[in-house]
Design a protein around this ligand. Structure first.
Ligand code: BG6
Length: 491
């Protein structure tokens, strides 16, 4: 099968190959790209990890993962067998130079062959593994390294990771994944803004009242408590995913659809975020932690119990009222909100326009609703624009808000590829546009860190909320104090 975006020859080495990310996301994504005809016959996938497996074990694990994580895809036996033959396993201790030499001998594709090193492992290994790769001569001009978030715990540790990785690989061959950037609907934000004449002239403080960015999840911590309890929602979601979404909404039009042109504009937004200091924390942020509650009719435990940490003070919910200090956005709040164990899984960006300046329909004052653009990132991907319309029929000029709705499922039939499929092939192509540059990561930490420090200094417990709700009541209070409300369905 041929693919319109080309097919490629490469080797990919997945560190942490038997871990959750590898089996849940990377193996299925590579399989689907194989089925789509993007992997040439010579593509090889090397799983490396500390555990003592062999090729057969790894193949069995991968096939089980396809069945488990691609249930709707009806994995075809012939395609799965062909895919499995690409898989190899090698034991590797991240600290053992000999293991890297053996890896080099197995790869043996020459310095020209595209080789992707995917570090699906804890960030403390990023620097040491890259150093060992370089020492073994595995950082040729055709080699790329992929890092999963989080990059560090704070600014200093992020800089240390960036420096250590940067000593082994040049920036253009370091791919820092933020999988939100690989989501179709997130890429579509750029199409919406810059391929339509309609929005850009209105995209500023004169017409836009405020923006809401919500990433709501129903799931809890799902066996990741060791990581999550150190991170919390601010580091896990806001520092990366939500800020990247904010950047795509707020950035100036890049002059070209090129990696650095786009990333330069995003960086300017991050640098323009107005700092939130300790005195403002209580009025501009809310931290929450879920207690027991009900999701889909089933009773679920609170975070402390689920994570097995009775005294935890980690937040599972955050609201931040952010502001971008530029001519375009001064005074326009960006309400960022994310949480686990909320009522629904729903990610949306809501752009709330100002009311019309003069209302000539005297009877309609009560029914007037300012325009609202809702970009549904997941699920039910699409865009709707709330418009005022005349109610048909007699009775005078009665007005009502009605949505103009674009559903991606209706407009574009077929499967929406997973973010990792797109991102993995972009690494192979050497296109870093949808990856975070080192200065973006550091600028994001620079804004987030004082809030984390302020919370730690205040030593307050996060505000409790019941699992299955929309977060602590303080989250509603924060926006309502400004005379605004969260988008309906998400209150
Ligand atoms: C990850 C976070 O980056 O994103 C998880 O570490 C979170 O905690 C996940 O659940 C959400 O991603 P998605 O694609 O399911 O919205």
């Amino acid at each position: 099968m041929t693919n319109p975006s080309g097919s490629f020859s490469f080797d990919i080495v997945v560190f942490g190959a038997t871990g959750d990310l590898s089996l849940r996301k990377l193996i299925p994504a590579l399989y689907l790209r194989d089925v789509a005809g993007q992997l040439n016959d010579d593509v090889r996938i090397f799983g490396v990890a500390r555990s003592g497996h062999d090729d057969e074990d790894f193949r069995a694990m991968a096939l089980a993962a396809l069945d488990r994580y691609l249930p709707g895809e009806a994995v075809q036996p012939a395609a799965a067998e062909r895919f499995a033959a690409r898989l190899h396993y090698q034991h590797l201790d991240a600290d053992a130079p000999d293991d890297y030499r053996r890896l080099k001998a197995s790869l043996d594709g020459g310095a020209e062959r595209i080789t992707v090193f995917y570090l699906a492992m804890a960030p403390r290994y990023f620097g040491p593994v890259c150093r060992r790769l370089a020492e073994a001569g595995l950082n040729s001009a055709a080699a790329r390294v992929v890092l999963e978030k989080p990059i560090g715990q704070d600014l200093a540790s992020a800089q240390a990771v960036n420096d250590a990785v940067g000593a082994a690989f040049p920036e253009e061959r370091i791919f820092r994944i933020d999988h939100y950037l690989g989501k179709e609907t997130v890429q579509n934000l750029m199409a919406l803004r810059f391929a339509n004449a309609l929005f850009e002239p209105l995209w500023h403080r004169g017409v836009i009242d405020h923006v809401q960015v919500t990433v709501a999840e129903k799931i809890g911590v799902e066996g990741r408590a060791d990581y999550y309890d150190q991170a919390g929602a601010m580091r896990d979601m806001v520092q990366n995913h939500l800020l990247q979404l904010l950047c795509l909404v707020a950035m100036e039009p890049p002059n070209a659809f090129e990696a650095d042109a786009v990333r330069d504009e995003k960086l300017k937004v991050l640098q323009a975020l107005r700092p939130i200091d300790e005195r403002e924390l209580s009025e501009r942020t809310v931290r929450g932690q879920y207690g027991p509650g009900a999701i889909d009719g089933g009773v679920v435990p609170g975070y402390a119990e689920e994570a097995g940490r009775p005294d935890t003070t980690t937040e599972t919910f955050v609201v931040v009222k952010a502001e971008v200090g530029t001519w375009r956005w001064a005074g326009v709040p960006f309400y960022l909100r994310t949480g686990k164990r909320l009522a629904k899984r729903r990610s949306e960006i809501v752009v709330q326009f100002r009311p019309v300046p003069h209302l000539m329909f005297p009877g309609a004052v009560r029914d007037m609703v300012p325009n609202r653009l809702v970009i549904r990132l997941q699920p039910d991907e699409g865009i709707s624009l709330q418009m005022m319309t005349k109610v048909p029929g007699p009775g005078g000029m009665r007005l009502r808000a009605a949505p103009l709705n674009l559903s991606f499922a209706d407009a574009f039939h077929g499967r929406q590829p997973d973010a990792y499929e797109r991102l993995l092939m972009d690494v192979v192509r050497g296109n870093p546009m949808l990856f975070m540059r080192c200065d973006e990561v550091e600028a994001a930490w620079r804004w987030v860190e004082p809030m984390l420090d302020g919370w730690a200094a205040a030593g307050e417990m996060p505000k409790p909320y019941a699992a299955g709700s929309w977060g602590p009541s303080a989250a509603i209070g924060l926006i309502e104090r400004d005379g605004r409300t969260w988008h309906e369905d998400m209150r």
